[in-house]
Design a protein around this ligand. Structure first.
Ligand code: F2R
Ligand code: MG
Ligand code: MG
Length: 349
């Protein structure tokens, strides 16, 4: 499809769910042989298995809250979103949430709460969380707002309800930017795509709080930009080992160690790779490769899936995979609603 086509919206939201559901199998594993990944994925194609339901985790549970809030309020409403996060957690606390964020979700349920951003500020002795929980649910912001400035603003605010450290919320900004650009077809010229991300993040990370947090945490002056430069170096190389990707970019639960990694997975899998089945298209390659990195596989595959899905569109999503994943059908329906909201906003300009 063309820029911002319905197919790209559907691809982005559905592939995010697929990444989460299929990635759950390996979350936390130190080493994941590609053979195990391919075996797991071929199991999804096995018709004899009947309705093999892979459940979604916190990544999708929170993304669904963002989607419902944006659609219901026709835009961003922090009170409504906070209420939905709290309600979702209390209804299904066993979706594998981060151990810190649970405190925030419990506090957000209190009717006496005056400032919905305060519980997140209190995390980790006032330093705030730098986990990837804001980034893993950032895709709907790119699907609701056509304007890049709004994508950045609302992805940041949406993340700050649980993640007040800039290394947490700026991961959400980067993920939303990557989906936004991919929707426009920017991955057709991969070097321009990564250069645009770097120039946008230069500005985002130039803010005072970001510079301060990076100093306190002893990271590079602009940590996400530093990682994106590494992504650019790695994507130029014909051969890169999984070990190098992990040591250069990371595969962990911090936004800094997972969002640039997800972006790399998409870029690396734009071409066929000899260790992946020939029959795989780019979307399947991206998800399989994300799983083979080990570590935070559900979240890296969810974020990479969203960026890749926005590029390849819904036609690239295997039906058999979709049938196996809880919430994939709902995501497909919601993508169409977000597509209408996005284009309504464009027409209103
Ligand atoms: N939590 C998981 N997976 C492991 C547990 C699975 C579960 N027990 C099960 O098997 O059922 N996955 C999910 O969590 C990640 C998103 O986490 P989020 O929302 O960012 O949570 P949190 O608690 O804010 O941060 C995660 C951890 O990062 C460390 N951390 C963050 N900020 C810190 C700081 N300022 N100082 C020190 N440490 C900090 C802490 O260890 C946090 O617990 C996704 O992977 C999702 O899939
Ligand atoms: Mg999860
Ligand atoms: Mg995870």
């Amino acid at each position: 499809g063309g820029p911002a086509s319905l197919s790209r919206f559907r691809g982005a939201l559905v592939a995010a769910v697929l990444g989460d559901c299929v990635g759950g199998e390996f979350e936390g594993a130190e080493e994941v042989p590609m053979e195990s990944v391919l075996q797991h994925l071929s199991g999804l194609e096995d018709e004899t298995k009947g309705n093999c339901i892979l459940e979604y985790s916190d990544d999708t549970a929170m993304t669904r809250c963002v989607v419902q809030s944006l659609l219901n309020r026709s835009g961003f409403d922090e009170q409504d979103l906070a209420r939905r996060f709290a309600k979702e957690y209390s209804a299904s606390p066993g979706r594998g949430y981060g151990s810190g964020v649970i405190q925030v979700l419990k506090k957000l349920a209190s009717p006496q709460l005056a400032d919905v951003f305060q519980p997140a500020r209190d995390q980790f002795n006032g330093r705030g969380s730098f986990g990837n929980g804001g980034a893993m649910r950032a895709v709907p912001f790119a699907l609701a707002f056509p304007d890049l400035v709004e994508v950045k603003r609302f992805a940041r605010l949406g993340a700050m309800l649980t993640h007040s450290c800039s290394l947490g919320y700026n991961g959400a900004v980067l993920q939303a930017l990557a989906v936004h650009l991919s929707l426009q077809g920017a991955l057709n010229v991969p070097r321009q795509f990564i250069s645009k991300l770097i120039s946008e993040m230069e500005e985002v990370e130039g803010e005072e709080e970001a510079l301060r947090d990076a100093r306190i945490l002893k990271e590079a002056e602009k940590p996400f930009c530093e990682r994106l430069h590494k992504v650019r170096d790695l994507m130029d190389r014909s051969k890169v080992s999984i070990e190098e990707v992990i040591s250069e970019l990371g595969n962990g639960i911090a936004a800094l160690h997972s969002v640039p990694t997800a972006i790399f997975c998409v870029l690396h899998c734009l071409q066929p790779r000899d260790y992946l089945p020939e029959k795989y298209g780019g979307l399947e390659r991206t998800i399989a490769y994300s799983l083979a990195l080990g570590g935070d596989t559900d979240t890296i595959a969810c974020m990479a899936g969203a960026i890749a899905g926005a590029h390849y569109g819904i036609e690239a999503v295997p039906q058999s995979w979709m049938r196996c994943c809880e919430g994939a059908e709902d995501a497909d329906v919601n993508a169409e609603r977000l597509h209408s909201l996005y284009h309504q906003t464009t027409q209103g300009d």
